[in-house]
Design a protein around this ligand. Sequence first.
Ligand code: ADP
Length: 501
Amino acid sequence: MPIRQKLMLIVMATTTVALVLAGISILFADFFLFRGYLKNDLSALSRIIADNTTAPIEFDDPGAAAETLGTLRARPHVITACVFRNDGRLFAQYRRAHATAACPAPRSAEDIRFGGGFLTVSHPIVFKSKQIGTFVLVYDLGEIVERVELYGATVVSVFVLATLVAVLLSSRLRLLIATPIVELARVTTRVSQQRDYSIRARKFSGDELGTLVDAFNEMLAGIQSRDSELRKALLAREAALDDAQNARASLEATLENVARLNVELRMSNESLARSNEDLERFAFIASHDLQEPLRMISIYSQLLVRRFAHSIDPQAVSFVDNIEAGTKRMRELLADLLAYAEIGARNEDVSEPVDLNLVVEKVRQNLALAIAESGATISVAPLPLIRGFESHFTPLFQNLISNAIKYRSQQTPKIDITTGGTNGYIRICVADNGIGIPPQYYSKIFVAFKRLHGQRIPGTGIGLAICQRVVERYGGRIWVESEVGSGSNFIFTLPVGLIVR
Ligand code: ADP
């Protein structure tokens, strides 16, 4: 049932109940009030008539008494009225037209009672303070019924009229309440069906319903803002999810690439190692096997000069000398190449503690001539005992020290060998006061056959390559720090794990 009809029903029910109750109350009140009134009225009337009948009784004039009783004609509901003598004989009687009823004998001198649809009144007739008779009056209660009917009709017509007015009034007034509620219901339905939180309910009044509409609108605003935030968050989440998926995809692709590159790297590493081995074997064999024919060339060219000294042309002698010098240089090159190849080769011997102090001492003896010639001074800090091969460390120190002497400046060579330590490595530095090296050649000089000072100073260009090979073979690193004109520091590191003492 819509709220308009409910309101109407409430109004009508309230009005009806109120009217019916009021009507019934009025009817009851009147019924009882009128009975009281009737009692008083009839007892007063009885007294007056009783007083007026004393003389007729005293003078025994029933006609006069009947005349007095006849005035009761003015009261149509009086059915009958009688005057009794004291001895109970009827003295005079009045009867309403067409009435046949007889007067009841008085029960007592003074009495008034309702019964059998009548009101019966008895009143004593007194003369000089002595009762001389009794007046009795019978009144029909039809008047009460008439009154009830009259009032009932009035109540019913008032009821009908009031209901009509109530219907008219309430149909206008209920709109005051129903309209805002219907509007709220309409908006609620629209919001829930369309999920559109931007709709707002119209406010009709400043009362509680207005407050309700305000609160409802506020709630909608709250939901709207939360809804939009939620939407935004959802979009952001979806975007993040997309990003994550993209990132995952690209990560997977990268991982695949890395795996592929790894495989390729391993393959090329393996082939590199193979070709390295081949190359080393070749270098070793070549440098080793070439020594023999070289020696033959040298021996036979010397034999040639010695055997045919008297007959040979002096120019031929100088040619032979050149051959001699060439073979000597070639021998040196081959020896260095062989040394270089040997460091890379697998060493079947078991490694042993190598005292680097002794190594430097041995190098000093090897280079005794050069040291004496140049007047070089060599200071050596205490060096450690290293697990390895002496055949590796001797060329390492010998190359560094001989270079320090070879590439000296005008000053007398001064070589300092010092040690230090950095996380996990021992650091050994061979410092000189030689000609120095420009920075752009710092790494180039470690490449085999790369020489900086050309023909001016003899050399094969393999020395530093051998040094690098040795150091890297033991897991260390070698580099140079230098200043042209002041000297060079050749620094190499070795893992502390190699140190025996
Ligand atoms: P080599 O000494 O036989 O030329 P190295 O490999 O020992 O070959 O040295 C390579 C180059 O590095 C040398 O030709 C030289 O120019 C430069 N060099 C090496 N040691 C020093 C040094 N102590 N002072 C200056 N230059 C150096």
